[in-house]
Design a protein around this ligand. Structure first.
Ligand SMILES: NC(=O)C1=CN([C@@H]2O[C@H](COP(=O)(O)OP(=O)(O)OC[C@H]3O[C@@H](n4cnc5c(N)ncnc54)[C@H](O)[C@@H]3O)[C@@H](O)[C@H]2O)C=CC1
Ligand SMILES: O=C(O)C1=N[C@H](C(=O)O)C[C@H](O)C1
Length: 232
C-alpha cells in the first residue's frame, strides 16, 4: 500500500523502516499536510504532535483517505473527529498505544480492575515512564489504563497527576531514552499486586500501526485496536 506519514520523527522513521520491510511504499513524509497532495496515498499514518493531529486527521477525512493516528494529547477533539469521520464516510483508527503487548495489557488491566472492585483495602495507582522528549503527561496509554480502571470500580471518579480525593493517581516520570513503561499497582497493608508492561524499543508501536493501516483499507467507520486484533 502507498502510505503517507504525517509526522516524520522517532515514530515516523520507525514506521518507514518496518513498512518497507513489509513491501509497502512511503509516498509522503511531512510535517505540514497542507503542502502535500494527500490523495496520492492509500492510507495516512499520523504520529505528529498534539496541536497538529486533529487538522491532519480531518484533512484525511475531507480527502477520503483512511487514517490511523497514534498521536497522544489531542483527545479533547476526539469526539469532533469521530463525528466528522461519520459525516464524511471516512475510515479512522486511533489508539493511545498500537503495540500488541500493550493491547493485551489493556485487557489484563480491565480484568484485574473488575476482580479488585470488591476489595476496598487495596488502593491502586499508575506509574508511567517515558523519554525526556515526550510532550504530553500523563501518557495516552496511562490515561487509557486509568479510564478502564475507573469504568470497572466505584471508588475513583477521575484520574489525576495530583493527590486529590477520589482521583486515581498517575505518576509520570521522564528518564532519558525510555521508550515506554507502564505499571499498575494495587497496594494494601498486607501485600502488593503489580502488573507492568515495558517496551524495549518502538518496533511494537510501529508494527501495530502498520497492521492497523493494512486492516483499515477498504473499510468505513471508526475502529479500535480491539477490532484489528479481534480482542473481546
Ligand atoms: N499510539 C502509540 O502507539 C504511540 C504514540 N506515540 C505518540 O506519537 C506522537 C509522536 O511521537 P514521536 O515520533 O516519538 O515524536 P517526535 O517528536 O519524534 O516526532 C513528531 C514529529 O512530528 C512533526 N510535526 C510537527 N508539526 C507537525 C505537523 N503539523 N504535522 C505533522 N508532523 C508534525 C515534528 O517535526 C516531529 O518530526 C506523540 O504524540 C507520541 O505520544 C508515540 C509512540 C507510540
Ligand atoms: O511518546 C511516546 O514515546 C509514547 N507515547 C504513547 C503514549 O503516550 O502512551 C505510547 C508509548 O507509551 C510511547
Amino acid at each position: 500500500m502507498k502510505i503517507a506519514l504525517l509526522g516524520y520523527g522517532k515514530m515516523g522513521k520507525t514506521i518507514e523502516a518496518l513498512a518497507i520491510q513489509r513491501g509497502h511504499t512511503i509516498v509522503i513524509k511531512t510535517s505540514q499536510i497542507d503542502n502535500v497532495d494527500i490523495t496520492q496515498a492509500d492510507v495516512a499514518i499520523d504520529f505528529s504532535i498534539p496541536e497538529a493531529a486533529f487538522h491532519n486527521i480531518s484533512t484525511c477525512f475531507n480527502n477520503n483517505i483512511p487514517v490511523v493516528s497514534g498521536t497522544t494529547g489531542w483527545l479533547k477533539q476526539f469526539d469532533t473527529a469521530v463525528n466528522l469521520c461519520h459525516e464524511k464516510k471516512g475510515a479512522f483508527i486511533y489508539a493511545s498505544n498500537f503495540s500488541l503487548g500493550v493491547n493485551l495489557f489493556f485487557e489484563l488491566n480491565s480484568k484485574l480492575a473488575q476482580m479488585m472492585s470488591q476489595f476496598e483495602d487495596y488502593k491502586v495507582n499508575i506509574e508511567e515512564i517515558h523519554h525526556t522528549q515526550k510532550l504530553d503527561a500523563p501518557s495516552g496509554t496511562a490515561i487509557t489504563l486509568a479510564e478502564d480502571i475507573i469504568t470497572n470500580q466505584k471508588h475513583y471518579t477521575k484520574w489525576s497527576l495530583e493527590d486529590e480525593a477520589r482521583a486515581l493517581p498517575i505518576e509520570a516520570k521522564r528518564i532519558e531514552n525510555v521508550p515506554g513503561t507502564h505499571i499498575v499497582t494495587y497496594k494494601s497493608d498486607i501485600d502488593t499486586i503489580t502488573i507492568e508492561h515495558e517496551a524495549h524499543n518502538r518496533n511494537g508501536f510501529a508494527l501495530g500501526a502498520i497492521v492497523a493501516a493494512e486492516w483499515l483499507i477498504g473499510k468505513q467507520g471508526v475502529y479500535t485496536m480491539k477490532d484489528v486484533l479481534n480482542l473481546s
